[in-house]
Design a protein around this ligand. Structure first.
Ligand SMILES: *[C@@H]1O[C@H](CO)[C@@H](O)[C@H](O)[C@H]1NC(C)=O
Ligand SMILES: *[C@@H]1O[C@H](CO)[C@@H](O)[C@H](O)[C@H]1NC(C)=O
Ligand SMILES: *[C@@H]1O[C@H](CO)[C@@H](O)[C@H](O)[C@H]1NC(C)=O
Ligand SMILES: *[C@@H]1O[C@H](CO)[C@@H](O)[C@H](O)[C@H]1NC(C)=O
Ligand SMILES: *[C@@H]1O[C@H](CO)[C@@H](O)[C@H](O)[C@H]1NC(C)=O
Ligand SMILES: *[C@@H]1O[C@H](CO)[C@@H](O)[C@H](O)[C@H]1NC(C)=O
Ligand SMILES: [Cu+2]
Length: 527
């Protein structure tokens, strides 16, 4: 079972050894069977859409430089949820040539029909760090199709800071709903009220108010060792704040970018964001709470919601098999919280001055499930952007206005400014195909053009946010809010860099070309 690579084997791989490169295969093959399964992550049994029958799906691991071949078998049959599917690998840039394997429904591909299979080829190139995969069709990942993708770097510059980094040190946070997405989406569209989650899950386990006492997930540690925890916010809405009682968190990686080590007590994470933190198991042998309380909508709208039930346990070897007896000491008021603007990349790069600047204005239509970017609510087209480009589309006017597609020149620096808003909602904007410099974080009034953080999901709102990115990887790359309810309501754009270069580079396979005809031939209920 390659998913359960033992920690010793992994550490052997991670040890710098000049001969080891030859022993790492260039291709890593993974099979994801997308199935409906009755699961009860928070104690309430419901039908789900999950990979290989588990929530979260199996963690996919790879070594820097490998190419992943991910065979997705769509075995969905339950009519209360979408039965077609796609899988996208968040944070992996993909190369221009491979844009057709990027998995974003109606931007780079059509979905995979029920009963069909497709192999996504994912060239990891020189990326390493903490990523994840999820369904990129409508809000289907809310039904469970989400999982970690970890790329280990045998030459990790932070290697001396930790002793253990394996699948036991993943912390996957998710928001969880007890109903399936088709009725939830219908409710949202009828009222304009984003569905409020029943619970939050840590590594697939949660509790809801009035529900059974599902045993919390446990992270086991040994006194005296240092652990690299890889925290992934796989939520579709809720903001979690992560802390571990008595254990400061030293951040060393953000969204696949190594950072200057920075120690805090708690981290507020937006949907789609990832952090690697080092913790030192140097406290008395005991059980400690890993706290991940969340906010997301008015709790009064869902009486199941009790944010403090979103937690798990850090258990030292030798401690009793029991819940911590210590009180929860790092509540919302206590401890030093991460300020995003305090982070900087380990290898600083000065962003070039912008060649193109644009402003994106986000507006909600009150009482409706409609979000606009510059007055346009994104609507997925029938023919994906990439297919249109390959067929000759070149100018913005070649796309429907509701595709909100910005045609950009190749090899330029693009600056996007999000003006301040009068509420403090944060929309986690995620760019496909590249990461960006955070020139102005919403966490600070400061503009940083010297050593700004690079990441691929950033909070937008409050005091305003400015980013810059390079169009060195031509492709049709979606740029959208990672609150998928908002994305579905139109809070999305496509950054289409250099259509002419895409036509030169992309030569899709027959299997990819067959996806759209097969999907379009389906009756609506199977799409
Ligand atoms: C799911 O939503 C439907 C439609 O609103 C409702 O009839 C049903 O009771 C809900 N089920 C659960 C488990 O909440
Ligand atoms: C996850 O993201 C959501 C939505 O932005 C946010 O409300 C929540 O606090 C985040 N949770 C964590 C643990 O970062
Ligand atoms: C939420 O759960 C906590 C922990 O079990 C409990 O102490 C608290 O009373 C609950 N909140 C409400 C409103 O019941
Ligand atoms: C914050 O810390 C103080 C003292 O350390 C403690 O009394 C209090 O209960 C903590 N607050 C929360 C919300 O945990
Ligand atoms: C959006 O629409 C409003 C009113 O219809 C108009 O005043 C405004 O200029 C528009 N904004 C953009 C970016 O087009
Ligand atoms: C559309 O693109 C073509 C080819 O690049 C260009 O010659 C033409 O001027 C463009 N038309 C408009 C209306 O921008
Ligand atoms: Cu949003």
């Amino acid at each position: 079972m390659h998913f359960l690579l033992a920690s010793t084997a992994l550490l052997a791989l991670l040890k710098p050894d000049p001969t080891s490169a030859a022993t790492i295969p260039s291709v890593k093959s993974v099979t994801l069977d997308i199935v409906n399964k009755n699961l009860a992550p928070d104690g309430f049994l419901r039908s789900t859409v999950v990979a290989n029958g588990q929530y979260p799906g199996p963690a996919i691991t790879a070594i820097k430089g490998q190419t992943l071949q991910v065979l997705v078998n769509n075995k969905l049959t339950d009519p209360t949820m979408r039965r077609s599917t796609t899988v996208s690998f968040d944070g992996i840039f993909q190369t221009s040539e491979n844009a057709y394997n990027e998995g974003t429904a109606f931007v780079t591909t059509c979905p995979i029909a029920p009963g069909a299979s497709y192999t996504y080829e994912v060239d990891l190139a020189d990326q390493a760090g903490t990523f994840w995969y999820h369904s990129e069709l409508s809000v289907q990942y809310v039904d469970g199709l989400r999982g970690a993708l970890i790329v280990y770097d045998p030459d990790d510059p932070h290697r001396s800071l930790y002793d253990v980094d394996d699948l036991t040190t993943l912390l996957q946070l998710g928001d969880w709903w007890q109903n399936s997405t088709l009725p939830l989406l219908a409710g949202y569209e009828a009222t304009g009220i984003v569905p409020v989650s029943d619970s939050g899950t840590v590594n697939g386990i949660g509790r809801y108010q009035g529900g059974p006492a599902v045993p919390f997930a446990v992270t086991n540690v040994v006194y005296g060792k240092r652990y690299r925890l890889r925290i992934i916010n796989q939520s579709a809405r809720n903001v979690f704040t992560v802390s571990i009682d008595n254990h400061p968190l030293t951040i060393i990686e953000v969204d696949g970018v190594n950072t200057v080590p920075h120690t805090v007590d708690k981290i507020g994470m937006l949907a789609g964001q990832r952090y690697s933190v080092v913790i030192n198991a140097n406290q008395p042998v005991a059980n400690y709470w890993i706290n991940a309380p969340f906010v997301g909508g008015l709790p009064a709208r869902n009486l199941h919601q009790n944010a403090t039930l979103s937690r798990s346990i850090l258990r030292y070897k030798g401690a009793p098999i029991a819940e911590p007896t210590t009180p929860w000491t790092l509540g919302p008021e206590n401890g030093t919280a991460l300020v995003e603007a305090d982070l900087s990349p380990l290898v600083a790069t000065v962003p070039p001055p912008p060649d193109v600047t644009m402003t994106l204005d986000l507006q909600v239509i009150a009482g409706q499930a409609i979000w606009n970017v510059n007055n346009i609510s994104y609507l997925a087209p029938k023919v994906p952007t990439l297919n249109k480009v390959l067929a000759g589309a070149t100018n913005a006017s070649d796309f429907d206005p509701t595709e909100n597609t910005f045609v950009l020149p190749a090899h330029k620096t693009i600056e996007i400014e999000f003006p301040p808003t009068d509420d403090d909602d944060a929309h986690p904007f995620h760019l496909h195909g590249a990461n960006f410099w955070v020139i102005k974080s919403m966490s600070s009034p400061d503009v940083n053009t010297v050593n700004p953080l690079r990441r691929d999901v950033v909070g937008v709102g409050g005091t305003g946010t400015t980013i810059r990115f390079r169009t060195d990887n031509p492709g049709p790359w979606m740029f959208h809010c990672h609150i998928f309810w908002h994305k579905q309501a139109g809070l999305a754009t496509v950054m289409l860099s250099s259509p002419a270069d895409i036509r030169q580079a992309v030569h899709p396979s027959r299997a990819w070309q067959a996806l759209c005809p097969a999907y379009n031939a389906l009756p609506a209920e199977l799409q």
